[in-house]
Write a protein that binds this ligand. Structure first.
Ligand SMILES: [Zn+2]
Length: 141
């Protein structure tokens, strides 16, 4: 599956054997996700690549425990996914279904999930299990 922000600066390549009907998007109930009305998907057996054509226009927003970067386009404001570096090379991410080209083809409504009780370690462990192995590519100037 592919996707992009509204202006096209941020691109998503989500390699997965799952189809939209196999997925149940998650509507995280944290304050950030509520403001964006997020519907997150992931596949631990897949891989996601985020490509920033102009890295200066990529906002790697962090808050709270600071363990994860929320990838937002500075030009068009679209939030494409959450990216968690893990160790030297590895990273895990989720993808916003709304930023994918197939966004109209997810038949399952998002389910609300509440994560605010997690501590730092629980959150990292849950993301390593549930999220998609990920790469962030920033095109050099
Ligand atoms: Zn954009």
């Amino acid at each position: 599956m592919t996707g992009r922000c509204h202006c096209g600066n941020l691109e998503i390549v989500f390699e997965t054997n799952l189809s939209p009907k196999d997925m149940v998007p998650r509507a995280c109930q944290c304050s950030f996700c509520r403001k964006h009305s997020t519907a997150a998907i992931s596949d631990p057996a897949g891989h996601v690549t985020f490509l920033a054509k102009d890295p200066k226009k990529l906002n790697r927003y962090t808050f709270g425990l600071g363990s994860t970067e929320f990838l937002i386009c500075r030009t068009c404001g679209v939030y494409v996914g959450a990216f968690m570096p893990s160790g030297d090379e590895a990273a895990f991410a989720n993808v916003m279904a709304s930023a994918l080209d197939l966004r109209e083809e997810f038949p399952n409504p998002p389910i609300a999930v509440h994560r605010t009780q997690e501590n730092f370690e629980e959150r990292q462990n849950r993301r390593r299990e549930m999220w998609t192995p990920a790469t962030l590519v920033q095109v050099p100037e």
